[in-house]
Design a protein around this ligand. Sequence first.
Ligand SMILES: [Zn+2]
Ligand SMILES: [Zn+2]
Length: 70
Amino acid sequence: MSGPALCTLCGADWRQGAFTSDCVECGGGAMERSCLVCNGACGATSLRCVHDSQDEQVGVWTVNCNFRRR
Ligand SMILES: [Zn+2]
Ligand SMILES: [Zn+2]
């Protein structure tokens, strides 16, 4: 679980809170960002799936939107 989590495209260390705003793999955040579904209106946080992001070279995030939760 620990150790560096580096973007394979730009080399930003997400675990250090670094990301590049126009990098598709960074995808607008480091280890977490505001809810992707509703752009943060629900107050939930999307967490980065590090290995999926690195494998697919695109930002992959958990989806736990409070507006969609049942
Ligand atoms: Zn990046
Ligand atoms: Zn939401």
